[in-house]
Design a protein around this ligand. Structure first.
Ligand SMILES: [Fe+2]
Length: 344
């Protein structure tokens, strides 16, 4: 069984990371080199020369072609070798793998699996990252842990109360039960927690200007493996959305995570926070950026610590893992990911 679900779009980079320099990434265990052509198109090729396996990311761009830094084998944007040293004839099999790649709202997505299937698989909706009426911040963190630990972390937000106390956690998060819905057809797991009359955490108090008590909704939609969206709603306690679907007086956030397995023991955690309030307020942007960075770092530190523990226990006689009601979303996600892996 492949350790990573195939035939899926994964975020490979922020658009801003890919310029005229060659960028090397490992995605689902596969070495990839990314670059931008003179016409701003994106190219993603296997990062190994067919000749002696030298990383192409250590080579040079010659126009839009990529020249290996070891012996000069040169590839065009489709991965076809167009020139080799010392002979005119280029072997017909001289080609490196080219990956389908698309750029949407600041994220660069790469298709891992059979490239023929890419057109039939939808790229997740992230339009809030650059939609009118919204402002977004974001970055990427590398975690020295298997992807499943990050999936567990994001599907169970009760950890906010403890790991992120003083930032985004208050006692109500862990105390309020969740509901979990699995949609096999859409391939989604939804976990919802609606808190009434809750304390407002620092993250929302300073950004929205609201005060306790608030109603705080957390509606997660996870699309295994690589895409997670948390719809957050903050409103003065008792304030209901209008009947027409609008919700004036409430603040909304789309907290996005793209989970990209790097190796079996490391993961790229692309995060973004989009908001529909105080969209032009630079102080709010700066505050949320520093808060979210601290929160992500708390998760990174916890998961970096967990990985060697989980890995050691895996090699040992076997330790029973205990799950409770809060884990229903995470367990549903695990089942869906296992099914995806088994399909290949
Ligand atoms: Fe967290």
């Amino acid at each position: 069984m492949n350790p990573f679900p195939q035939d899926q779009w994964y975020v490979a980079a922020w658009s801003s990371e890919i310029g005229s320099d060659l960028v090397s990434r490992t995605i689902c265990g596969e070495p990839v080199v990314l670059y931008r052509t003179s016409s701003s198109g994106l190219v993603a090729l296997a990062d190994r020369c067919v000749h002696r396996r030298y990383p192409l990311s250590l080579g040079t761009l010659v126009g839009d072609d990529l020249q290996c830094g070891y012996h000069g084998f040169t590839y065009d944007c489709s991965g076809r070798c167009v020139s080799v040293p010392g002979q005119d004839r280029v072997p017909r099999t001289a080609r490196v793998r080219s990956y389908p790649v698309v750029e949407r709202s600041g994220w660069v997505w790469i298709f891992v699996g059979d490239p023929e299937r890419a057109a039939g698989v939808a790229v997740p909706d992230t339009h809030w990252l650059d939609a009118p009426g919204w402002t977004a911040i974001g970055d990427v963190a590398r975690i020295e842990c298997r992807y499943s630990l990050l999936v567990d972390n994001l599907l169970d937000l009760s950890h906010e109360t403890y790991l992120h106390a003083g930032y985004i956690g208050t006692p109500e998060v862990a105390a309020t039960p969740t509901t979990t819905e699995v949609d096999e057809e859409l391939g989604t797991v939804r976990v919802s927690r609606h808190m009434q009359g809750a304390q407002i955490p620092e993250f929302y108090a300073r950004s929205t200007g609201m005060a306790s008590p608030i109603d705080r909704w957390q509606d997660i939609e996870y699309r295994p493996l690589g895409f997670y969206r948390l719809d957050a709603r903050i409103a003065p306690a008792g304030h209901e959305p209008a009947g027409d679907g609008s919700d004036p007086g409430a603040a909304h956030m789309k907290i996005l995570y793209a989970i990209t397995p790097e190796t079996e023991h490391s993961t790229l955690d692309f995060w973004a926070v989009a908001r529909d309030f105080a969209v032009d307020d630079a102080d709010v942007t700066e505050f949320l950026d520093s808060m979210q960075r601290a929160i992500v770092q708390q998760d990174v530190d916890a998961l970096n610590l967990l990985e060697p523990i989980v890995a050691a226990e895996e090699r040992g006689p076997g330790v029973q893992e205990l799950s409770i009601a809060i884990d229903s979303g995470g367990l549903a996600a695990r089942r869906m990911i296992e099914k995806q892996r088994a399909a290949h």
